[in-house]
Design a protein around this ligand. Structure first.
Ligand SMILES: [Zn+2]
Length: 282
């Protein structure tokens, strides 16, 4: 247990430094600015991204936290350079194949930590930015570290919407089908009861490909959700046909230049994917 936690921390640290170094080179060489300029202005190829946050503020979980100060800077940057839209606007946009003029971003939070209300919500409100929080239904009103129904109802009157993230945050591919079905469907129905609103979106716990299966995706469809989100990195494009495995970009406590590189879409571009394949082959 102790060793595996240390290994995860080590992996996190290595990924962090490699990512920061690469971002440093891409950003300060002017490459990202040039790439964004060409993509937006010359190729007329706007991107759509969904950001995934967990916790906002200083706490003892640095791998899933973004400091309040950095979060404020990140939202300010998005406000200047993107259309910040709700998940409703984003999904509608793609289902009806509207032509995009500008880069689009949607902001999401997984798990429903209390600090989403205490630290993130005032900043989102300040920038008039919509966001969606995926709640673990059985944690509501049970754990002081998580959002309670009062916090949720206050935010609901603003531009914050809510999605389901199961009842207990079990990894859906690791439990039997009957339990998985209850986790997926009852979380939706219970939230609808609390919020008196239709819950349209779902996020898979842990959210990597191995954490859900075709059968799980089908259960999410059958429950009546309109779209579901993974934690696989990527943009949403006109080629995105499956609305039940939508990609997101996981956010960490990045300095602003790393954040700018991440949201530029360069790591998700065909150019970079080819480069990664090439590196893997050699
Ligand atoms: Zn989660």
């Amino acid at each position: 247990m102790f060793l595996s936690r240390r290994l995860i921390e080590l992996k996190y640290k290595i990924a962090w430094y490699v990512g920061a170094l690469l971002s440093f080179l891409l950003y300060f060489s002017g490459f990202v600015t040039l790439y964004t300029y060409l993509r937006r202005g010359y190729l007329k190829y706007p991107i759509t991204i969904v950001l995934m946050y967990h916790r906002i503020g200083n706490n003892n979980t640095p791998d899933i936290s973004v400091s309040t100060k950095n979060f404020d800077r990140q939202i300010a940057y998005l406000k200047r350079n993107f259309d910040i839209v709700s998940l409703d606007e984003l999904v509608e946009n793609y289902k009806h194949n509207y032509r995009l003029g500008k880069d689009i971003v949607a902001i999401t939070f997984d798990d429903g930590y209390k600090d989403n209300y205490l630290n993130a919500y005032p900043i989102l409100r300040n920038y008039n930015a919509p966001a969606t929080i995926f709640l673990i239904t059985n944690f509501i009103d049970k754990n002081p570290e998580m959002l309670n129904s009062k916090d949720i109802l206050i935010m609901l009157n603003d531009k914050i919407t809510f999605g389901a993230h199961t009842l207990n945050h079990k990894i859906l591919s690791e439990i039997d089908h009957e339990t998985a079905w209850l986790e997926i469907s009852n979380s939706k129905f219970m939230l609808e009861e609390i919020l008196q609103k239709k819950i349209k979106y779902f996020a898979y716990p842990k959210g990597k490909k191995k954490d859900y299966s075709e059968a799980i995706i089908q259960m999410v469809r059958d429950t009546g959700y309109e779209a579901a989100f993974s934690t696989e990195n990527g943009c949403i494009t006109n080629n995105t046909k499956n609305f039940f495995t939508l990609n997101r970009l996981g956010m960490r406590n990045y300095p602003l230049f790393v954040f700018k590189v991440r949201v530029s879409g360069i790591f998700e571009s065909r150019l970079f994917i080819r480069f990664r394949e090439y590196v893997r082959l050699t």
